[in-house]
Ligand binder design. Structure first.
Ligand code: FRU
Length: 493
């Protein structure tokens, strides 16, 4: 694995042409995605500033141009009219050099429009010459020409009662109220993860610290909460968060999790009262920093996109100098004490050719590089093997056991294995059995929606040339489509 010096990781981008050669090489990779957003070069991580404005969706993501390394982060801007096809607009927020408040990275944040402008809230990751970290909550205004104007001073610096780990401002507007809230992920001095709440009547000024969010029962839950947010969905409040440095049964040695707690948020007392436990948002291997869009027309709706990756691990394409992509957008609803995540209905537009199921001698079907496979499951066990070889061997298995009433996804059969320490198999109980599977396959990912969004397994996979088949065992009715390209591969910085 390549070792990066600090200078290499935090090099400022001066001329886009510096990246051209890198892009030309990366764009030839067989693992480049076709209907998922990915970085032009280097590494992408969290989705940022997801917002509806002026009849289109704006989305940004954390981007380090130089390679598969968490170095100097920028915000890269993409837009879409339907959340299916996307257009790259290029880099939007760049770190200010030398003494800037964000001199070592424009970290994650969110967006909110007023009138014809979008306000972008982000964490300025500042490092002094001796590498001491300071976090600033900063603001930039995006004009109609697509260019951001950064405010010269931050809205506020780090709260001295907490450690310097304070980041990821999420702006929240409560319908019917004039107050805006901002939630920031933080760490207490005795190393407990928490969320801080600020408020303002005016998006640009007067942000005041209200206090730490109280979440009874979760006072000691990981040592840092990244990307926290409270979303109002179907009359309930949902606290989304990424607690770090704790292990969760069934998730190997993974230290970073993205999950949610359903409950009720009282903004007066800053108390989120849980109604149930912490649930993992995604049962797959690669999903983190999920963000919900702001300013939806339908205030009771929620749309979520996550980073299809996790911190602190390496991916096979690191050697090609790029890593990371975003998940498909999911519509969220609450059913009982669970969050339901369904692929957006608009994604059906991606369907191209409907393919017949013609099996080879080993009972396997050819698996296109970009495909959707849908199964209605009647009863009994269902075993699916994706990315097998021509003889049906190996691959990623999706197995439902009727006796145990649980579904297990296991990627240990793939020829290219990675992050084994975080576990290669994940199981989710299905109390009511398995009735439906909807699976999206791209060049290097698989997203499995179980029972109409009751559970999701999102994973990166890196199939070899031989791993292009799949087979199904069980009493099922199956459909399959090839999917169209939705994101253009282009060199645009
Ligand atoms: C989450 C995160 C955020 C931070 C950003 C930096 O993946 O660590 O907390 O703002 O990534 O890229």
């Amino acid at each position: 694995m390549r070792e990066w010096t600090r200078e290499e990781k935090y090099r400022y981008l001066k001329d886009p042409q510096e990246l051209k050669e890198l892009y030309d090489r990366i764009s030839k990779s067989g693992y480049r995605q076709t209907f998922h957003n990915q970085a032009v070069t280097g590494l992408m991580n969290d989705p940022n500033g997801f917002v509806w404005h002026d009849n289109r969706w704006h989305l940004f993501y954390q981007w380090c141009p130089w390679g598969a390394v968490h170095g100097l982060k920028h915000w890269y801007h993409i837009i879409s009219k339907d959340l299916v096809t996307w257009k790259n607009l290029g880099v939007c927020l760049l770190p200010d050099q030398e003494d800037g408040y964000d001199n070592k990275g424009v970290y994650s944040g969110s967006a909110m429009p007023i009138d014809d402008k979008i306000y972008l809230y982000y964490t300025g990751n500042h490092r002094d010459a001796d590498w001491t970290r300071h976090a600033y909550t900063c603001l930039a205004r995006l004009g109609n020409d697509g260019w951001p104007e950064k405010y010269p001073l931050p809205l506020f610096g780090a709260n001295p009662d907490y450690t310097e780990h304070q980041r990821d401002p999420k702006i929240i507007k409560i319908p019917g109220s004039d107050t805006y809230y901002m939630i920031i992920g933080a760490q207490t001095k005795d190393k407990r993860g928490c969320a801080l709440i600020y408020s303002s009547e005016d998006l640009q000024h007067g942000w005041t610290f209200l206090g730490e969010m109280k979440v009874p029962g979760f006072e000691s839950f990981g040592d840092m909460w990244e990307c926290p947010s409270v979303e109002h969905i179907g009359g309930r409040d949902v606290l989304l968060l990424c607690p770090q440095h704790l292990t969760i049964p069934g998730r190997g040695q993974s230290q970073n999790h993205n999950g949610y707690i359903i409950g009720n948020m009282d903004w007066e007392t800053l108390t989120f009262t849980p109604d149930g436990q912490f649930h993992v948002l995604d049962f797959g291997f690669d999903s983190y920093a999920a963000a919900c869009a702001n300013n939806l027309q339908d205030a009771d709706k929620a749309i979520l996109i996550a980073w299809m990756g996790v911190p602190d691990v390496s991916y096979p394409t690191d050697e090609e100098d790029w890593a990371g992509c975003l998940t498909l957008p999911r519509e969220l609803t609450v059913r009982g004490r669970r969050l339901i995540q369904q692929p957006l209905p608009e994604l059906k537009k991606l369907r191209d050719e409907k393919l017949p199921f013609e099996a080879n001698e080993a009972g396997c079907f050819a698996l296109p590089r970009a495909a959707e496979v849908e199964l209605d499951c009647r009863k009994g066990d269902v075993n699916m093997y994706m990315f097998t070889d021509e003889a049906g061997k190996g691959g990623l298995s999706i197995c439902y056991s009727e006796e145990r009433k649980e579904i297990t996804v296991d990627r240990s059969g793939m020829q290219i294995r990675f992050n084994e320490k975080e576990g290669e198999s994940r199981t989710r109980p299905l109390e009511n059995g398995l009735s439906h599977l909807r699976i999206f396959v791209d060049s290097s990912s698989i997203e499995i929606f179980v029972n109409d969004g009751d559970a999701v397994f999102t994973s990166r996979i890196f199939p070899t040339e031989a791993e292009r088949f799949f087979r199904i065992e069980g009493d099922t009715f199956n459909r399959m489509w090839t999917l169209k390209r939705a994101v253009k591969e282009q060199f645009l910085i």
